[in-house]
Design a binder for this molecule. Sequence first.
Ligand code: ADP
Ligand code: MG
Length: 280
Amino acid sequence: QSTVPLPGKTRVFTVSNQKGGVGKTTTTVNVAAALAKSGARVLVIDLDPQGNASTALGVDHHAEIPSIYDVLIDDFPLADVVQKSPEFDTLYCAPSTIHLAGAEIELVSQVAREHRLRTALEQFIGEAEEPYHYVFIDCPPSLGLLTINAFVAAQEVLIPIQAEYYALEGLSQLLNSIQLIQKHLNPTLRLSTILLTMYDGRTNLAHQVADDVREHFPKEVLKTLIPRAVRISEAPSFGQTVISHDPSGVGAISYLEAAAEIATRYAQQNKTAPSTEGAT
Ligand code: ADP
Ligand code: MG
């Protein structure tokens, strides 16, 4: 039973922004948890050697754990490294470990080096006993081979934008990269979603950034804004997302709203998607 419309096929998102500290990981784990809480089956792929998404999802990722590194470099099936998150029954994570730090270099000499994640993910989705509705790939803050693997594996790009900077200036490099990927490696990739995060409505700059982004990307920006909130930033130190750390707080509510928008917009664009059975 789900409170959001579920897509008829797996939607694969890469959460990207070559800037660090803009809310990629926070957005990945909280949108994923929000969708899982709403009844969707969700996989998070932690593609950042820092492993922050694995930590936030309460998933074991010390050096000995089979991880996304083994999938990319040693051809492990993705199913062999995926763990269930303790948070929700339908939330899963392919963790990253410290070994992934070397993968950026090791991938260079591999066959089909840009397609390794895509191939593994296609096999995983094809063989899964129950269908996955969403996959979110948390990217490192660079445009190296790990991020390229994510772009090739995904259909949709979700860009979190920190509403505290002149964020648009840094965005052109990312948009260029997306265009290059579309041209050479993955023609179906599209920028579908922009989410404004760390929003502080008391500052003029936040309003200005939000207005600018909405003007440039009217279709992509979600109506929901993620506020700056202490509960959001403290949740990972409890090995939790804010969705279970502070379920009735503004952080959880805003991420649940963002997730609902992501689900609903898509269902409206693809009228053939199944209806919301048990919707409230
Ligand atoms: P990235 O993955 O892009 O490097 P993070 O998601 O790790 O960015 O966020 C950077 C920092 O900002 C982290 O310490 C995180 O806890 C904090 N943060 C992210 N979103 C919020 C928010 N809405 N309110 C408060 N702190 C936030
Ligand atoms: Mg991160």
